[in-house]
Design a protein around this ligand. Structure first.
Ligand SMILES: *Cc1c(COP(=O)(O)O)cnc(C)c1O
Length: 428
């Protein structure tokens, strides 16, 4: 009997997991090495900035002289090696942080350029690609996009032509999000930024850093990005931050964002931290380890599913630059069984069965599995996918490696029980 038998994993599924793990020792060692470096980076920033007990108390009202908030922002700035940072519970999510960074650093008549193709879905309304109230387009800010070449490389010629006098901000999305293009490594982002700054040195390069933080030992701000932007209910919140977003970058970019978030003249000086600081600090402290666990989960999933005949993006051997794993399950039943397994593995709401629903803004029903301590948190184990061919599931997170591993095995168990895995017969 295998050690997970009492947790509903049969011997055949467990054995497949062990087989996959046998191939991963060296890769997991590499991940641990990066996690250790990032852990020391965060620890040093906390020590250098004299994080003290008083930093954890929080403020109410205007929040003037909030030592905890100000120190946390210096800690973020040190970790990302930027001049300044804005890290606030008043930034409601990743989209809000990105919208804030863009709207505060662009002025009417300016142009925004994406040299890496279509940005994340929710940014389409921010930019005005899909018309929306209050979009950049409504304020007279134009948008230009240069797609990646079919092989995933940068269209340098196209980019050179697209940069002109009005180009003010360049937005670069690190993670592939829910597309199939490869995620950009920090090194590739650095090459792209140098190329663009060579053409126009005063352009502001912003990186959408969502899902990428702490996956490598460097961040895009180490290779020339003027701003890196992300959500605290993903990697840098470490699973503990209950809300929030961050913008780390040059003093001027961050000040522009602060003036927009609160008010011209007030900027960073206001914004009570209420009770959020302890979990924002502790979450950031844990984030390198939590991210490493999620990354191991993603690599394990690819190494378990790909040999069973399910295509994976990234594939099982590819280098990783974010924590998202896409698996092509090939049938609606497969997608539902996979998500059921993830849900049944959850510490919260593990007793419920996820059902597909008509989510606003999608052209097919969507199924989602998540049982998180922080609602909607995608650094916690979660999976989702649209019910349409080829039935991709997007899988990410896991606060601990052991939980991620169990969730993935449980998903395979559900698929096997439904007879959806050809090479695992139902009777063995
Ligand atoms: C999650 C994500 C966003 C948006 O973040 P929300 O918190 O969902 O608003 C933007 N870009 C990328 C690449 C993301 O992964």
């Amino acid at each position: 009997m295998n050690p997970l038998f009492n947790m509903g994993i049969d011997d055949a599924v467990y054995a497949k997991g062990e087989e996959a793990l046998g191939r991963l020792e060296e890769r997991f060692r590499q991940i641990d090495r990066i996690a250790e470096q990032n852990q020391m980076k965060v620890l040093k920033a906390m020590q250098d900035n004299h994080v003290s007990e008083a930093c954890l108390y929080g403020t109410t009202g205007y929040g003037y002289s909030d030592i905890g908030r100000e120190t946390l922002e210096r800690v973020y700035a040190d970790v990302f090696h930027t001049e300044d940072a804005l890290v606030r519970p008043q930034i409601t999510c990743g989209t809000h942080a990105l919208a804030l960074a863009l709207m505060s650093n662009l002025r009417p008549g300016d142009e925004l350029l994406s040299p890496v193709g279509k940005p994340y879905d929710t940014l389409e309304e921010v930019i005005g690609i899909r018309p929306s109230r209050g979009s950049l387009a409504e304020y007279g800010i134009t948008y230009r996009q240069v797609n990646l070449l079919p092989d995933g490389s940068f269209d340098y010629e196209g980019i050179r032509k697209a940069v002109h006098e009005k180009t003010r901000v360049v937005t670069i999305q690190r993670s592939k999000g829910y597309q199939t293009r490869p995620t950009l490594s920090v090194a590739r982002i650095g090459e792209l930024i140098s190329f663009i700054k060579n053409i126009k040195p005063d352009v502001i390069c912003m990186v959408d850093n969502c899902y990428g933080e702490f996956v490598e030992d460097r961040e895009p701000s180490d290779v020339g990005a003027d701003m890196v932007v992300g959500s605290l209910i993903k990697n840098p919140g470490g699973g503990l931050a209950p809300i929030g977003g961050y913008i780390a970058g040059t003093k001027e970019c961050v000040e522009n964002a602060a003036y927009r978030l609160t008010s011209p003249g007030l900027g960073k000086e206001v914004g009570a931290s209420l009770t959020a600081l302890p979990s924002m600090y502790q979450g950031f402290f844990l984030a390198p380890t939590v991210t490493a666990g999620a990354l191991k989960g993603a690599i394990f999933a690819a190494n378990l599913y790909e040999p069973l005949g399910f295509p994976c993006v990234p594939d099982r051997n590819e280098s990783r630059h974010d924590i998202i794993q896409a698996i092509t399950l090939g049938s609606a039943e497969g997608l539902q069984a996979f998500c059921r397994g993830i849900q049944f593995a959850a510490p919260v709401d593990g007793f419920v069965t996820p059902e597909p629903w008509d989510m606003p803004g999608y052209d097919a029903k969507v199924i989602m599995a998540a049982g998180a301590f922080v609602s909607g948190s995608s650094i916690e184990l979660s999976a989702d996918g649209p019910l349409k061919p080829p039935y991709h599931v997007y899988f990410q997170g896991g606060l601990t490696w052991f939980h991620a591993k169990y969730g993935i095995l449980r998903s395979l168990q559900e698929m096997k029980n439904d007879g959806l895995v050809k090479s695992l017969s139902q009777t063995d």
